[in-house]
Ligand binder design. Structure first.
Ligand SMILES: C[S@@+](CC[C@H](N)C(=O)[O-])C[C@H]1O[C@@H](n2cnc3c(N)ncnc32)[C@H](O)[C@@H]1O
Length: 269
């Protein structure tokens, strides 16, 4: 039996400006990776410019090194878990979790320079030693991560691209879910949140149809309420201020030997 998912009624369509493709942080424009969305906003204040010049190089994921990239090896200690946050925005969720769990390694991926600078400021203010940053397109990293190397993948309020002709720009696609399934450990988590009900349904349908993911929800509160360890992010706050409901989806990575086996029916979700 498929779980019943009845999200709040769909808000009016909103479009985001398409600012076209960009090259990545090192000036390389990979043929297949076209990034939609902006890389820069307002000019950075001097302090944040300084952090980008000094702290970012220390924390940057070394994509230029050849071969697979073991995310646990990015930290100067043996992390109890490693989590990846894709599109961390201003980094409030990532920094909050990094502060709460100093023995977990957090890898954040973001292309928006002002957001990266905001996370750097939090890392410095809180003296966080368990954060690493990729200031580039997550797709450049995913393929370099070894199988079963992450405990959690998080994508909060990822750009919804609500127009049908833009749906292929969404982060959640069959290919990206296949990559999440590959890099997550058995029992690991994929967390997704959105205020766009079309994108919520899109992600739910794709994850329910994916042999590697099981929806962890047991009742409506499990997708209507933010997980307790998650603080509100900037985009979530904006959505709520505009009266939009938010949906929080948590999927578990099915153990590899159980992939494709029948699942127990979900309750009244
Ligand atoms: C709508 S914002 C949400 C930010 C934050 N998670 C929040 O909830 O406030 C989506 C973010 O994802 C980033 N992003 C989009 N595509 C990305 C990609 N391929 N790799 C890394 N970050 C990406 C954007 O730059 C943007 O900051």
């Amino acid at each position: 039996m498929s779980p019943r998912f009845v999200p709040p009624s769909e808000p009016p369509d909103e479009t985001r400006p398409d600012r076209g493709a960009s090259s990545n942080a090192r000036g390389v424009k990979p043929a297949r990776l076209r990034l939609h969305g902006r890389r820069r906003g307002r000019r950075l204040r001097a302090g944040r410019q300084g952090l980008t010049a000094t702290l970012l190089p220390e924390l940057r994921v070394p994509l230029a090194l050849p071969g697979p990239l073991d995310p646990a090896a990015l930290f100067p200690f043996k992390p109890r878990e490693v989590r990846l946050e894709i599109g961390f925005g201003a980094g409030e969720h990532l920094a909050h979790q990094a502060k709460a769990d100093p023995d977990i390694g957090f890898v954040g991926c973001e292309v928006f320079v002002n957001g990266i600078a905001a996370l750097l400021a939090r890392v410095k203010a809180e003296n966080l030693g368990n954060v690493r940053i990729l200031d580039d397109d997550v797709r450049l990293l995913l393929g370099r991560l070894p199988e079963a190397s992450l405990d959690r993948v998080v994508a909060l309020f990822s750009d919804p691209w609500p127009k049908t002709r833009h749906h292929r720009r969404r982060l959640i696609q069959q290919d990206s879910l296949d990559e999440f399934a590959r890099v997550l450990k058995d029992g690991g988590e994929f967390r997704f949140a959105t205020d766009d009900m079309g994108y919520a349904r899109w992600t739910l349908l794709r994850c329910l149809g994916h042999p590697a993911f099981a929806w962890a929800a047991r009742g409506p509160q499990d997708w209507r309420a933010r997980p307790q360890d998650q603080p509100q992010t900037r985009y979530e706050a904006k959505a709520r201020a505009r009266g939009r409901a938010c949906v929080y989806l948590v999927f578990q990575r099915v153990p590899r030997e159980a992939e494709g086996l029948p699942r127990p029916p979900s309750g009244d979700i």
